[in-house]
Design a protein around this ligand. Structure first.
Ligand SMILES: [Zn+2]
Length: 127
């Protein structure tokens, strides 16, 4: 797992904040805007093509190795985020997914309710 091509030496790495309406903020390290959206999709655990068009990418400055992109503390693994922040993103994404499912479920219940009311009204009008 630690053998990723984004760890090439010599290339300038930047810290980016990737915003998306359906995901939590993704602080990522990448050489350019496009690679930042790729890194954000990996962090969120979703396919890149599903998020690329709606990403808002903000350049924050030059990135430092071993400095967490989210909280700024030092850590010694090869990731851009410390373990605590990686866990935070995972938890936040899980919370958003649950909220989204609940929203669609409630939406479906509301549609069914309206349908029943309409049916009842149509029956009453027919009489
Ligand atoms: Zn952190």
């Amino acid at each position: 797992m630690p053998t990723k091509r984004r760890k090439e030496p010599g290339k300038a790495k930047w810290l980016w904040f990737v915003h998306h309406p359906e995901h939590c903020l993704a602080p990522v390290v990448a050489e350019n805007r496009d690679m930042a959206t790729v890194a954000a999709s990996a962090l969120w655990g979703v396919p890149w093509r599903t998020i690329a068009a709606d990403c808002d990418v903000e350049k924050r400055g030059e990135a430092c190795k071993h400095l967490c992109a989210r909280c700024g503390t030092f850590h010694y693994d090869e990731e851009d985020l410390c373990a605590k922040c990686r866990q935070f993103v995972r938890d936040e994404e899980r919370r958003i997914a649950i909220a989204k499912r609940r929203f669609y479920r409630e939406e479906a219940i509301e549609l069914k309710r309206r349908e029943l009311i309409r049916d009842k009204k149509e029956k009453a009008d027919a009489l």
